[in-house]
Design a protein around this ligand. Structure first.
Ligand SMILES: Cc1cc2nc3c(=O)[nH]c(=O)nc-3n(C[C@H](O)[C@H](O)[C@H](O)COP(=O)(O)OP(=O)(O)OC[C@H]3O[C@@H](n4cnc5c(N)ncnc54)[C@H](O)[C@@H]3O)c2cc1C
Length: 429
């Protein structure tokens, strides 16, 4: 099925709109609320202390699975991460990597997003994020770009000092929507792999490549193992299912709630004069001159510290293929993103080298809220999925909270009650 080439800006499924509509009531308080775990539930969260070696199988090697595995291993669990293809092969490797402190304020993600933004900052200090995975603070602008305004001679943006000089196309109405205090970025694949390597080298994490087919449950309704395609069984005291958009294809989860996939496209360009590109993330209201019914769209542009520029947009609901390696971009959608790039900046035109043309799936729940917590009716089986367009931002706090829940019986970094899978009821027999 052809992609919806130019989604109207009001389309509820369109990736960037999801982010922009979340910029609303802003609360710039920087405090993180910690949940009080009762003494009976909680044990010290000091790394590895007072926990006997609990064996945990984490299924899915995207950012949610890897963050969870990292924090579990750091807390002293014996962790096996099971990934069916390769680590960060899907959205967690192909996302923009944009982070915002307060864009989710006023909604159910508010405390998760704030805790995670701050955790990204402390992880970047601990793991040398700037060098290892391109962590940096950014200024973020919204801009209106109207293709039809572009003539042979470039309109001058110099009149508006907010617009960076490399944005030399027909951009207008700039507004600063994020500062270096409130917005930042990571390279999502490098972030995920850095965390994984740290967990393997320092905390003994084991990685298994294989497709998880079933969760084994004992007579008391407690998890015992996971079964991998080909017959291998991994005994486990606890299991975490972090399967992204493939959660909807996993029978146990599909029997409880729906997770669908929204396919979105991206390109990565390497401009000739990389030094000319400043650290400004751009959220565009883009009005095409012709075709696609002239409907506006909302692409996003993220320059990276490497000099590369990442652009994304062009989404449509599509069936998630079984094999993540077979997900590729629809040529027409890729062409639209290239047109956006060269309209926005002469640095992103013909002379820029195309480093990647790709697509991946956002994991979406029916109520738009991630599912994080223990599955009702199956003791020791946890889930972390449905992070939609904010999985890179919310990966660290999701992983830290799940690790606390598994090891301590309660999450203190963020109140998980709003995210509980229990809101959907018990799995059907
Ligand atoms: C174009 C685009 C741009 C985005 N930009 C941003 C952004 O700037 N900021 C932000 O915060 N978020 C962004 N996102 C959202 C973010 O990428 C996702 O929310 C996040 O990556 C989801 O992570 P995940 O680990 O749940 O899923 P995934 O990354 O999809 O990982 C799931 C993993 O599970 C594995 N798996 C599936 N089934 C099995 C099985 N049975 N056995 C073993 N392994 C299995 C898969 O192979 C895969 O590796 C963007 C998304 C897209 C598509």
């Amino acid at each position: 099925m052809a992609a919806t080439l130019l989604a109207p800006s009001s389309a509820p499924t369109y990736l960037p709109c999801l982010r922009l509509t979340l910029i609303g009531s802003r609360n710039l308080s920087k405090t993180t609320t910690f949940v009080n775990c009762s003494a009976a539930q909680a044990s010290p969260t000091m790394d590895g202390q007072r926990h006997s070696k609990k064996h945990v199988a984490v299924c899915g090697g995207g950012i949610i699975g890897v963050c969870t595995a990292y924090f579990l291993a750091k807390k002293g669990a014996a962790v096996t991460l099971i990934e069916k293809s390769s680590v960060a092969c899907a959205a967690s490797g192909k996302a923009g990597g944009f982070l915002a402190l307060d864009w989710c304020d006023g909604g159910p993600l508010s405390s998760l997003a704030r805790a995670s933004f701050n955790l990204h900052r402390s992880l970047a200090e601990e793991l040398n994020g700037p060098d290892n995975y391109g962590y940096r603070a950014l200024t973020t602008l919204s801009l209106t770009v109207t293709e039809s305004q572009q003539t042979g001679s470039k309109p001058s943006n110099k009149a508006n000092s907010l617009i960076p000089s490399w944005v030399d196309g027909p951009a207008r109405s700039p507004t600063t929507i994020g500062s270096t205090q409130t917005t930042a970025q990571v390279h999502p694949q490098l972030f995920t792999k850095t965390l994984l390597n740290k967990a393997v080298n320092d905390y003994g994490l084991e990685v298994v490549i294989g497709k998880v087919e079933r969760v084994g449950v004992g007579e008391g309704g407690r998890v015992e193992s996971v079964m991998i395609e080909g017959g291998r069984v991994i005994e486990s005291d606890a299991v975490v299912l972090a399967l992204g958009p493939w959660s909807g294809k996993f029978e146990l989860l599909a029997s409880m709630f729906r997770v669908s996939g929204l396919k979105a496209h991206s390109i990565i360009l390497e401009p000739k004069e990389a030094d000319a590109i400043t650290p400004h993330a751009l959220f565009l209201s883009y009005y095409p001159a012709q075709g696609e019914g002239g409907k506006p769209m909302d692409p996003e542009v993220y320059p990276r510290p490497t000099g590369e520029v990442y652009l994304c947009g062009m989404s449509s609901e599509q069936e998630v293929p079984d094999d993540p390696e077979t997900v590729s971009g629809d040529p027409a959608s890729i062409q639209v993103l290239k047109r956006v790039a060269r309209t926005v900046s002469s640095h992103l035109g013909e002379e820029a080298q195309v480093k990647a043309e790709q697509a991946c799936f956002l994991p979406c729940t029916d109520d738009g809220v991630p599912v994080i917590g223990e599955l009702p009716g199956i003791k020791g089986c946890y889930v972390g999925t449905g992070h939609n367009c904010w999985g890179i931002l919310n990966g660290p706090a999701t992983g830290a909270a799940l690790a606390e829940l598994v090891m301590d019986g309660c999450a203190s970094i963020v109140d998980l009650s709003r995210f509980s899978p229990a809101r959907f009821g018990r799995p059907s027999a």
